[in-house]
Design a protein around this ligand. Structure first.
Ligand SMILES: *Cc1c(COP(=O)(O)O)cnc(C)c1O
Length: 356
């Protein structure tokens, strides 16, 4: 049974940004969803209100102990005017997996989906329609209880904010250059790698800064113990096409299970392209690069969808992949997923959810 969500509309709507020049995560819509949690009382006071800054106690536990989880998905407006979300149930389920790992309270899946749909419905005029654009949806939860002392908090705030976006990387569907990280690690077995939690990103920034200084857009993370096996790219899962077979690192507890990763695997299976989830080392990848069997490499994630990798640097080795241009399969996956997301291609998988 869905609960009543109060809606308070803004009296001062903002001017909408130019759809051809949105950037990513810069502009925010007129409204946001918010509700609170208290131990004993549960989630309550669910409402859609004008987008505005929060007021938090300086002792709010998120500032000190980092209990924060988030999600990311996209809404599209189809040519026939339908508003489509891409596999939102997956984000809801994953947020509860993250909540569990961070010792935070679960969210009722139905309430989350209802809030998501109602907010997107209120803001549907904000969904851009230019090629490559969409409305990015960012749900998140933070610990708000004012308390100093290490324990799980008793008060939380859940919010959903929306941002009309263009391409995540300035490169768009053009290949990015990636540095293989040899010093820092992102996650280890038994840690929080499989949870979408802010702390994982905080721990990754130094490596990203150092990669940028060397002229690389992103970091490819290796396993946290031997620094030998490939895990994932900054905010994306990673795939390699080697000698006709597509390989992605198997989920091992330190890798985030991406919705785009799952969708890519399902698509490849439907197309009859050999695809496997297994452990793959940098040595194996370098060998494939040297003997000419490394045909394509790409990252997958909601923000960029598919991001081809044109160059990988590992220690002194520079691997140029597919002459640094977007591969045929990468392009086909990108076109198919974005086609389904935006309603241009028939959704035979039942992935999209229409907002009514
Ligand atoms: C969000 C995220 C991904 C991609 O997941 P999608 O559901 O495809 O957007 C991959 N790796 C990390 C670390 C992430 O946070």
């Amino acid at each position: 049974m869905s609960r009543q969500i109060k809606i308070e509309k803004t009296s001062t709507p903002k001017e909408k940004p130019d759809q051809r020049n949105l950037g990513f995560g810069i502009h925010f819509t007129d409204h946001m969803f918010i509700m609170e949690y208290e131990t004993g009382k549960g989630w309550h006071n669910e409402r859609i209100v004008p987008y505005a800054p929060l007021s938090l106690d300086p002792a709010a536990m998120v500032f000190h102990y980092g209990q924060a989880v988030f999600e990311g998905l996209k809404a599209y407006k189809a040519a026939d005017g339908r508003v489509l979300l891409f596999r939102p149930q997956k984000n809801v389920q994953r947020m509860n997996i993250s909540n569990d790992r961070l010792s935070m309270p679960p969210i009722d899946e139905e309430l989350f989906l209802d809030a998501l749909q109602q907010l997107v419905q209120v803001e549907k005029d904000w969904i851009p329609v230019e090629e490559g654009t969409s409305l990015y949806v960012r749900p998140f939860i933070i610990a708000t209880e004012p308390f100093l002392g290490v324990r799980s908090a008793d008060h939380y705030t859940f919010m959903i904010i929306l941002s009309p976006v263009g391409a995540y990387y300035p490169e768009g569907i053009n290949p990015v250059k990636i540095n293989v990280e040899n010093k820092y690690v992102r996650a280890v077995s038994g840690g929080t790698g499989y949870a979408k939690t802010s702390g994982n990103y905080a721990a990754s920034l130094k490596a990203q800064v150092e990669a940028k200084d060397k002229g690389y857009t992103q970091v490819l993370w290796l396993d946290g113990v031997e620094k030998k096996y490939i895990e994932e790219v900054g905010s994306m899962n990673v795939f390699f096409k080697i000698n006709g077979e597509v390989i992605t690192p198997a989920l091992n507890g330190s890798i985030l299970e991406g919705v785009t990763r799952s969708s890519t695997i399902e698509l490849l299976k439907a197309w009859g392209v050999p695809v496997s989830e297994k452990r793959i080392s940098m040595e194996e990848l370098l060998e494939a690069s040297n003997n000419g069997t490394l045909e394509e490499a790409f990252g997958t994630g909601t923000a960029a969808v598919i991001s081809p990798i044109g160059e990988l640097r590992w220690e002194d080795h520079v691997m140029v992949i597919n002459q640094g241009v977007t591969g045929e399969l990468s392009r086909k996956i990108y076109d198919t997923i974005t086609g389904i997301q935006s309603g241009k291609i028939e959704d035979t998988f039942g992935w999209t959810v229409e907002v009514k």
